[in-house]
Ligand binder design. Structure first.
Ligand code: SAM
Length: 218
């Protein structure tokens, strides 16, 4: 691979500063903060833009998509309450940064992406930088029924509603974290599955994601 992956004191120092910033913004989970401190976010940037990698901003990754803002990644990760060995479905692999955070948290990750170019790029990059996940290409709005149930499901694109299929594929006691709203802004929603037919839904803060495009979405 032509791209050079170098993680020096400069980048490690920048990650420490990012962690401190996330703490001031309300991220408290030490496991999540440790994961942010570990994953080299600059690996997901073209070398020209390395100086943008540790700013708390979303950034274009091609195909009209973005790498999520670190605060958003930390916020969603915290809400998932990942336990070691949790089977997690991620919808919207993108460049794979959130996937790496979930892996650092000890999850077994099934991740699905609908943009073929991003999928092709990420299935090469992640193993190359030491992160192993189960990658799928397709429409994640329908979930991955063959691999269900999942302990946790995270959607990293904005959905118009909570897809029924995802609720079905949650294990009892499982948590779904999904931004729900219109194309301009979404509220973060968590759904806890308390029994086969019972769910506890909580609506939280406002975010702005790229749209979840698919059969059971926009
Ligand atoms: N998780 C990424 C990260 O770590 O930065 C951010 C992902 S980006 C904000 C959202 C991704 O969701 C895009 O790559 C987009 O192509 C993908 N996406 C949108 N609709 C989808 C669908 N129905 N199934 C799978 N992926 C989808």
């Amino acid at each position: 691979m032509a791209y050079k992956y170098i993680d020096n004191y400069r980048e490690k120092g920048a990650r420490k500063k990012l962690v401190e910033l996330l703490k001031t913004k309300g991220i408290e989970d030490a496991h999540v903060l440790n994961a942010i401190a570990k994953v080299p976010r600059h690996y997901f940037f073209d070398e020209t833009f390395w100086n943008q990698a540790y700013k708390d901003i979303a950034f274009p990754i091609g195909e009209g998509q973005t790498i999520s803002q670190p605060y958003t990644v930390a916020y969603q990760s915290e809400l998932l309450h990942i336990r070691k060995g949790d089977k997690v479905l991620e919808i919207g692999t993108g460049c794979g940064y959130q996937t790496c955070i979930l892996l650092e948290l000890g999850a077994k990750v099934y991740t699905i992406e609908r943009q073929e170019k991003l999928y092709q790029r990420t299935i090469k990059v992640l193993p190359h930088i030491g992160y192993k996940a189960e990658f799928f290409y397709g429409d994640g709005s329908k979930g991955l029924p063959k691999h269900a149930p999942f302990n946790k499901i995270i959607v990293t694109a904005g959905a118009p509603f909570v897809p029924e299929d995802l609720l079905k594929q949650l294990a009892i006691g499982g948590i779904l974290v999904i931004p729900v709203g219109d194309e301009e802004s979404q509220k973060m929603v968590t759904v806890l599955k308390t029994s086969e037919n019972d769910f506890e839904k909580v609506t939280l803060d406002t975010f702005r994601f790229v749209p979840l495009v698919g059969d059971k979405a926009w």
